[in-house]
Design a protein around this ligand. Structure first.
Ligand code: ADP
Ligand code: AMP
Length: 219
């Protein structure tokens, strides 16, 4: 099964994609996570992406497209894409490369949440530098303050989750990413809208109920 999760930064894409990947036994391919891993490893790709990420701008399409297509080729049992495609050019290139491989995306989910809820979600986000688990200082607390439940590592705050950078990321979302929903609708693809303003469990239940139907249709 191949899925795409769309939505603004802080909508809950990463949180929900981890749950989707577990339930449907598919890979979770997050462009942001892959970029952060490249940076941590000090690769050329990571170095090229650094200034864009730190300022909240999108990394150029050419870099992202080849990086994600590589990751998709390796995910043989299916995947859910998180944070990609983020421009119409990326969506179009993704469509072309899927068509060449004779593959298709079976479900596109769009998490809807207003900008005023997003700032608090992002500035309160904490993540584990070791395993990537994501928490929130109020909405999803670890058992011990600031310590990862899974591996005991000290949680960190992402450098791009500051109010200034969040403002740039939201601007990039509205100017460059929001149009991806219209791109798919214009090509006759159903986009499943999910209200992501509620709590994490409520959003998960809503996504699962819709994807279970899809799953039973595609087998
Ligand atoms: P994205 O991947 O879309 O940027 P995340 O999944 O990392 O978003 O979520 C951003 C932050 O908001 C995290 O700290 C997460 O725990 C929290 N969060 C995610 N979904 C919700 C929700 N439905 N309600 C409240 N907080 C949420
Ligand atoms: P995320 O982890 O999804 O919030 O992404 C963090 C940052 O990585 C973004 O602010 C961008 O700078 C960069 N990034 C992630 N995915 C993409 C993408 N598909 N296209 C361009 N830049 C991206």
């Amino acid at each position: 099964m191949r899925l795409i999760l769309l939505g603004p930064p802080g909508a809950g894409k990463g949180t929900q994609c981890k749950r989707i990947a577990d339930r449907y036994e598919i890979a979770h391919l997050s462009s942001g996570d892959i970029l952060r891993a490249e940076r941590a490893a000090g690769t050329e790709l990571g170095q090229k992406a650094q200034s864009y990420m730190d300022s909240g701008r999108l990394v150029p399409d050419g870099i992202i497209i080849s990086m994600m297509i590589d990751a998709m080729i390796k995910a043989v049992g299916g995947y859910v894409l998180d944070g990609f495609p983020r421009t119409v050019v990326q969506a179009d290139q993704l469509d072309k490369s899927l068509a060449e491989a004779g593959e298709e995306i079976v479900g596109i989910v769009n998490l809807r949440v207003s900008d005023d809820r997003i700032a608090g979600r992002l500035t309160g986000r904490r993540s584990c530098p070791q395993c990537g688990a994501v928490y929130h200082i109020e909405n999803l607390k670890p058992r011990v303050e600031n310590i990862c439940d899974k591996d005991g590592q000290k949680l960190v705050q992402r450098a791009d989750d500051t109010p200034e950078v969040v403002a740039n990321r939201l601007k990039a979302y509205h100017e460059q990413t929001a149009a991806v929903v219209g791109y798919y609708e214009g090509r006759g693809k159903a986009v499943i809208d999910v209200d992501a303003a509620g709590g994490i469990e409520k959003v998960t239940a809503s996504i699962f109920s819709k994807l279970d139907v899809l799953c039973s249709q595609v087998g």
